[in-house]
Design a protein around this ligand. Structure first.
Ligand code: ZN
Length: 409
């Protein structure tokens, strides 16, 4: 098994394609913002919040998600959105992450009466990322070609579940307006509004919104129910990713790819678990899984792997070595290493890579493939030719760093 030093993992160029803005704030910033906006939190110290909310291990998914009410509350403020976006990009740049695709559900932050429209929210986030990008790309290390340029994209999430109260002012109003519709109709219509808005903002305001995503409670809300939302994105050349197979069976991954045209899958954890299949029409579960694994691998549908987050939210994974990542590697799937939530999971991209290489056998050529997928399978905002040239530069940089640390000749 190849051992990799922390210095190498830190220095090699990386990406993060599965990264939630509202789960990745800096704690001191969150405290400052909460004080400024009078948001009630159980503690206003870093230690206190680490003890009560943002812990290193969680009892269950609900416990894990508890902290999002505070982060979303502070993000209902344009200045705070911009600042959080800026800081998130800077934190990534400091560990040589050359590309991030940051996701959030804009409707969770929206409050139209207070000026928090879709356009205002998306513009504020873009401003923050853009400022960090410009500063970094104008630094001597990048200007002289020592380091690759930094870039980013925004992924807009639809919530697969929300109720009449407690999610956000926007969702509450939306629910009220739709009082004669069924729950699923309300949820789907909100998602349709989101996708129409982001296509328009991308096309008319040139905002770097590159993909849509489906987030939130998976059980009971399979991707197929959002078919029309994804069809709209598809028709408009918007990329697609779906949280699937995180808390629901492999059939949701199949649905995401075939009915929602997903180019990537968030987590995809249960792709390997017969017992999680609940579709009664699948009788030979073993055969179904082996065919589905080959199908996903052959299509190069990329799995966004979030090791720490899975360990924290899924009590069925006793230790890192039991994680299905081992099957993904063995089946030569296209995978990329991601953080999910830097704050809530208390992690970084370097830490996630270190966890992967310390616990699984990944020779340097395979590691290079995994790093490359993070750029090749990104939803880069720009032409394919530009993406290709940029990806090549990043991978040349990978080679030089790997040589410097003695992992490549
Ligand atoms: Zn996620």
């Amino acid at each position: 098994m190849t051992k990799y030093s922390e210095a190498f993992i830190q220095e090699m160029p990386k990406s993060d394609l599965h990264l939630h803005l509202d789960g990745s704030l800096r704690i001191p910033t969150l405290i400052e913002m909460a004080k400024k906006n009078n948001i009630k939190m159980p503690s206003y110290t870093v230690e206190g919040l680490r003890e009560t909310v943002f812990k290193s291990s969680y009892a269950n998914l609900g416990d894990y998600l508890h902290g999002f009410q505070y982060t979303c509350a502070v993000l209902r403020d344009l200045e705070n959105i911009e600042r959080s976006a800026y800081e998130l990009a800077v934190d990534n740049q400091q560990e040589n992450v050359a590309y991030i695709e940051v996701r959030f559900a804009p409707q969770l932050m929206m409050d139209v009466d207070k000026g928090l429209t879709m356009e205002a929210v998306m513009t504020a986030a873009t401003k923050g990322f853009e400022r960090a990008k410009k500063e970094y790309n104008n630094s001597p290390a990048v200007k002289s070609g020592q380091k690759p340029e930094f870039d980013y994209g925004i992924i807009s999430c639809a919530m697969r579940k929300f109720g009449p109260k407690g999610y956000s002012p926007y969702y509450t109003n939306f629910y009220k307006m739709m009082e004669f519709s069924k729950e699923m109709e309300v949820i789907k219509d909100a998602a349709l509004q989101m996708v129409k808005a982001v296509v328009k903002l991308r096309d008319e305001k040139d905002l770097p919104i590159v993909s849509i995503d489906l987030a939130g409670q998976e059980d009971g809300y399979p991707p197929g129910k959002f078919r029309d939302v994804y069809a709209y994105a598809h028709k408009n050349f918007m990329h697609k990713t779906v949280h699937a197979g995180e808390a629901y069976g492999a059939e949701s991954i199949f649905q995401a790819i075939t009915e929602c045209y997903a180019d990537r899958i968030g987590h995809g954890y249960y792709l390997f678990d017969e017992n999680k299949i609940s579709d009664p029409s699948i009788t030979d579960k073993k055969k179904y899984l082996s065919e589905l694994i080959s199908f996903v691998a052959d299509k190069r549908t990329t799995i966004e792997v979030c090791l720490t987050s899975n360990l924290q939210t899924n009590p069925e994974i006793p230790s890192i070595k039991d994680h299905n990542f081992k099957h993904m590697l063995a089946n030569r799937m296209s995978v990329t290493i991601c953080t999910d939530n830097r704050l809530v999971s208390d992690t970084t991209v370097s830490r996630e890579f270190q966890l992967a290489v310390d616990n699984f056998d990944i020779p340097v050529k395979h590691l290079k493939d995994i790093v490359a997928y993070g750029f090749k399978k990104s939803f880069y905002h720009g032409s394919y030719i530009n993406k290709r040239n940029w990806g090549k530069k990043v991978m040349q940089h990978f080679d030089s760093i790997a040589k410097k640390h003695g992992y490549l000749d």
